[in-house]
Write a protein that binds this ligand. Sequence first.
Ligand code: ADP
Ligand code: MG
Length: 342
Amino acid sequence: MSDRITRLDDATVRKIAAGEVVERPASVVKELVENSLDADADRIDVTVENGGTERIAVSDDGIGMSEDDVRAAVREHTTSKIEDAADLQAGVTTLGFRGEALHTIGAVARTTITTKPRGGDRGTELRMEGGEVESVGPAGCPEGTTVEVTDLFYNTPARRKYLKTTTTEFSHVNTVVTRYALANPDVAVSLTHDGREVFATTGRGDLQSALLSVYGREVATAMIPVEGESDGAVSVSGYVSDPETTRSTREYVSTYVNGRYVSSPVVRDAVLSAYGGQLSAERYPFAVLFLDVAPDEVDVNVHPRKMECRWSDESAVKEAVGTEVEDALLDHGLVRSSAPRG
Ligand code: ADP
Ligand code: MG
């Protein structure tokens, strides 16, 4: 035995691991919203206080959990979404599958899960604090699940110190919820901050009405449809704004690959060049683009938290996005044709 090197105790290991998953309130919101979507919710309400640093609550009308389910769900590496490595190999269709979110969130905050299975007659409330289950008991609640997370990082002061202002933390939360609301127009998603409703989508199913709810009328009416044929390996659809409707950050160019949000410089650059110099310096359009790509043409699991992806044929993606966006802008007379295309 070394007297210099020791094995960390479980509680310390847990706190370190938690830091990898939960960096800030927005990471908690992301995990909880993904769980609600995986639970087949038609409605997801996100409520945060003080940028999420004080309180985060995500409420859904999804499949819910039995008492046994919820007891199991908060343990380490527990999931209902895959059973073994073969399932992983076959391809995961849910947003989660690592089985670590509820456990790690429970380790760095005070967490209450209230849940009732669809068609069930009993609700359950489970309370956790600093990684330990404090109580489990019956609860009167509607079908679905509400997860409430308060005092994030109360037991990891070093992390708590790195939280930014309410405004900054809330803007990260807003970005995350917006992302899922736009990708799932058939789910009614609402976001409330400090008692004020920031947006609420209808869940009607069309992207245009989701854009209206999230970005407001001025932006929504400036968006034109992109309609890509799926002749090549990549098909592209969604909306882009006219070249006058811009912001000073690239954040409003959103890309989804096979339904999953990805941060793709390749796609973003292709979108920007499609405007052919019509954008003012340091101005970026709004774009919400869905790419359908054969699963073997893209790896979206390069890093679970960075949302990057790796293309097998980058230039095909660039070409497809560039062509479709430019065609849409040309159709609306919003850019001049740059060069003859065959
Ligand atoms: P993962 O999502 O990777 O499976 P989590 O720790 O996020 O891991 O969740 C663990 C399990 O808890 C999930 O697999 C699911 O069965 C259950 N669960 C979590 N959130 C919900 C929810 N909102 N509704 C129903 N079940 C849920
Ligand atoms: Mg999850």
